[in-house]
Design a protein around this ligand. Structure first.
Ligand code: PNS
Length: 160
């Protein structure tokens, strides 16, 4: 069984994330989308809410599950028999951010990180930017899976 992990914050998952998850799902037997829980960082959505959204939007792929995880990514990879970490790259800035983490993870347990070129049409799409624009009333509907967009609008409305 070839298993890949796609780790990230996913607060919330975007069309850019979904593009990468679907393409990784086509290459591996199973994909685990790992929602990293950082107790020091309060997100707009809880880890369980993010997991539920990812499970829903990735259901059509048939071999993707989402889990929330607090701790070292490599510990999860070792325990869950993961062969590769796969990260999407929107541009050179992502590579600079990702490379030391990939090297650290390889140093820790020898795990491979594969970088997948992101959809150029989504290269400006970041969860943080989407949230900021949506909070200020901008239209982000075509940057998110519809169910995520609905939940984002609902959550922002709850906060006002
Ligand atoms: O979507 P993000 O916030 O850029 O994802 C970063 C993430 C969650 C992949 C990274 O911070 C991570 O792997 N966190 C888990 C804790 C860990 O293993 N840290 C050491 C990384 S070398």
């Amino acid at each position: 069984m070839r298993r890949a992990v796609c780790p990230g914050s996913f607060d919330p998952p975007t069309n850019g994330h979904l593009d990468i998850i679907g393409r990784v799902a086509a290459l591996f037997d199973e994909v685990v989308v790992l929602v990293a829980v950082n107790p020091a960082k309060k997100g707009l959505f809880t880890a369980d809410e993010r997991v539920a959204m990812i499970e829903e939007i990735a259901k059509p792929f048939g071999n993707v599950r989402a889990v929330a995880f607090e701790g070292l990514l490599v510990d999860y990879c070792r325990d869950a028999d993961v062969q590769a970490i796969v990260k999407g790259l929107r541009g050179p800035g992502d590579f600079e951010y990702e490379l030391p983490m990939a090297q650290m993870n390889q140093h820790l347990i020898g795990i491979e990180t594969l970088f997948m070129v992101g959809d150029p049409g989504a290269s400006f799409v970041a969860s943080s930017l989407v949230k900021e624009v949506a909070k200020l009333g901008g239209d982000v509907a075509d940057l998110l899976p519809p169910v995520v967009h609905t939940r984002l609008i609902e959550r922002l409305a709850e906060q006002t």
